[in-house]
Design a protein around this ligand. Structure first.
Ligand code: ADP
Ligand code: MG
Length: 235
């Protein structure tokens, strides 16, 4: 596995500040955060063989640093159960991207296991002009987009900050188990927030970080999408 510096240097030498999902997940994984194991395929055949190795069902996604909202562009295919579905999804993704971004030359697709359903949450880091790195926690999907139900804390976080920010979102009861749903492992989410805090503190070259979504379970949690943006290189 490429080390953190190798991943960052590769992006720099390509003149990119945006890391791909695979690069972002590798970095995040090295911070001790669980991510869905994600591989790169450069042909439908390779995607099929990776799917067999990982085990069905799988997810295929467009793999390009230029495409930030993969699903908006038709670049995410979930719940693929057979080699045939994987082969077709590969072609469908390239065709959809070609329609949306006629200029883009995309050949690569990422393959990962379909994670079992969980409660979707997000952790983000952005930099405030005055406060520097700030962490955000919220519920994923429509709740964060429409209701902006999120909490913020300035880095570095201590355990108490992590515990408080999770509990202060309005949707917290959903994490405690709602209408017969299982409660999620909140202490694991606290741990994730602390690890992200430590990670961004150690790496000032990271400008933005998004784990969106993380699937939270009654035990543990896994980030199924990740995006890291680097600071512009100092001249
Ligand atoms: P986008 O670039 O559009 O944010 P994502 O990688 O987040 O793309 O995928 C879109 C949605 O698909 C996610 O919000 C999540 O609900 C679902 N998804 C993505 N990866 C997985 C996975 N490995 N297992 C299950 N669901 C997934
Ligand atoms: Mg996402």
């Amino acid at each position: 596995m490429a080390t953190k510096q190798v991943i960052i240097d590769k992006a720099r030498s390509d003149g990119r500040t945006i890391l791909t999902e695979i690069e972002s997940k590798e970095l995040i994984k090295q911070a001790g955060i669980s991510v869905s194991d994600t591989r790169l395929a450069t042909s439908p055949e390779e995607a099929i063989s990776l799917s067999r190795q990982l085990g069905f069902p799988v997810v295929l996604k467009v793999a390009s640093a230029d495409i930030v909202h993969k699903s908006d562009a038709g670049g995410v295919k979930l719940g693929l159960r057979t080699s045939k579905q994987v082969g077709k999804a590969y072609g469908d993704i390239l065709a959809a991207i070609h329609r949306e971004y006629p200029q883009a030359v995309i050949q690569e697709v990422s393959v990962q296991k379909m994670a079992r359903p969980g409660v979707e949450v997000i952790i983000g880091m952005s930099k405030d002009d005055q406060f520097g790195p700030v962490l955000m926690f919220g519920l994923g999907g429509i709740l964060v987009e429409v209701l902006k139900d999120v909490a913020f804390r300035i880095v570095p976080l201590v355990r108490r900050d992590a515990a408080e920010m999770i509990r202060e979102i309005k949707g917290y009861p959903l994490l405690e188990g709602y209408r017969g749903q299982e409660a999620v492992d909140v202490s694991h989410l606290e741990e994730m927030l602390l690890k992200v805090s430590e990670f961004v503190e150690k790496h000032p070259e990271i400008k933005e970080l998004d784990l969106n979504p993380i699937f939270a379970y009654s035990q543990g949690a896994v980030a199924v999408d990740a995006r890291v943006i680097l600071e512009e290189e100092k001249q």
